[in-house]
Design a protein around this ligand. Structure first.
Ligand code: GTP
Ligand code: MG
Length: 250
C-alpha cells in the first residue's frame, strides 16, 4: 500500500494505537503544522513530513551550529493506520514489512485509561500485540530485521484534566499487560497449543521469561527501546517531546 506512494526511500515512522487516540490528528499537525478535523480512518495513508528547523535530527548532533546542513529540513514519511480492531491487520503488516522503518509511535488517549476502564484494557491489548510482533521479528534473526527498534508511547490529550500523567500511563499499561500475559499463556495451555514441547516454546510470552511483572524496559533485551512521553495535538498543541524523539531517529 505504502509502496505505491513512490516515497519508499525516505525514513519512515509508523503511527499505531487504538481508534480515537489521535493518530490522524497528529499526522495532520506534523504534515501541515496546523490542526484540522478528522474522521475515523478506514485505510492507511502515508504523507511526507519535514522536521521543523530547530528540532535537530539525531545524525546532526555533532555538527557545528554554523553548519549550513542544519538548516535543511529532514524529510520523513509518516504512516497513519486505522485503529479499529477489524482494520489493524493493515497496521501490523507494516511492522513485518518495513521499508526503512525508523520507529513506531504508539498513540494512546491518556484521558481514557482509568484503572478498570475498557479503554485501558483495549489499549494494553493492542500494545501487547504490537510489542510481541516486534519481539518475534527481532529475536528470530530475520535478515531484514533492523538492529534496533524504537517505540514511543505518546500519551496524548494531556490538555484534558482527566488525562493521566505520562508516568501513570506507563505504569497502568505495564500492570494491564502483566495480567494479559498471564491470561494469554493460560489460554494457550488450555487449548493445547504448547503441549508436547516441554514448555520450551515460549514464543508468545512478551518480555522477560519467568518475570512476575511486565516492565516496558524488558523489551530492551530484544533491542526494542520503549519510551513514554506526554503531549497533546489539539488546542494549544504540545508535541515538542515527540518531535524531538522523531528527530533523534532520523
Ligand atoms: P482512528 O482513525 O479511528 O484509528 O482514530 P485516530 O487515532 O486517527 O483519531 P483522530 O485523530 O481521528 O482523533 C480522534 C478524536 O480525538 C478527534 O475528535 C480529535 O479532535 C481528538 N483529539 C486528538 N488529539 C487530541 C488532543 O490532544 N486533545 C484532545 N482533547 N482531543 C484530541
Ligand atoms: Mg485516524
Amino acid at each position: 500500500i505504502f509502496r505505491a506512494s513512490g516515497l519508499v526511500s525516505l525514513p519512515s515512522i509508523l503511527l499505531l494505537g487504538p481508534s480515537g487516540s489521535g493518530k490522524t490528528s497528529l499526522l495532520t499537525l506534523f504534515e501541515r503544522g496546523a490542526n484540522a478535523s478528522t474522521h475515523t480512518s478506514q485505510s492507511p495513508i502515508a504523507v511526507e513530513c519535514s522536521l521543523p528547523v530547530g528540532a535537530i535530527a539525531g545524525t546532526d548532533k555533532y555538527r557545528s551550529i554554523n553548519d549550513p546542513t542544519n538548516l535543511t529540513h529532514k524529510k520523513f514519511l509518516l504512516l497513519d493506520t486505522p485503529g479499529h480492531g477489524k482494520l489493524r491487520h493493515h497496521a501490523l503488516e507494516t511492522i513485518t514489512n518495513p521499508q526503512n522503518l525508523k520507529g513506531v509511535i504508539f498513540l494512546v488517549d491518556a484521558a481514557n485509561m482509568a484503572t478498570g476502564d475498557e479503554g485501558l484494557r483495549q489499549t494494553a491489548d493492542y500494545l501487547h500485540d504490537v510489542l510481541l510482533l516486534l519481539q518475534k521479528r527481532m529475536s528470530n534473526g530475520a535478515s531484514k530485521a533492523p538492529k534496533e527498534m524504537a517505540v514511543l508511547i505518546a500519551a496524548n490529550k494531556m490538555d484534558l484534566f482527566t488525562a493521566l500523567p505520562a508516568a501513570l500511563v506507563k505504569s497502568s499499561l505495564e500492570t494491564e499487560i502483566t495480567k494479559l500475559r498471564v491470561s494469554r499463556s493460560k489460554g494457550l495451555l488450555d487449548s493445547g497449543v504448547n503441549m508436547g514441547d516441554d514448555g520450551e516454546d515460549n514464543d508468545d510470552w512478551l518480555g522477560e521469561m519467568g518475570s512476575k511483572d511486565f516492565k516496558l524496559s524488558q523489551m530492551e533485551e530484544f533491542n526494542i527501546m520503549v519510551e513514554v512521553a506526554g503531549g497533546n495535538v489539539t488546542g494549544n498543541a504540545n508535541v515538542e517531546k515527540w518531535w524531538k524523539w522523531v528527530g533523534d531517529r532520523l
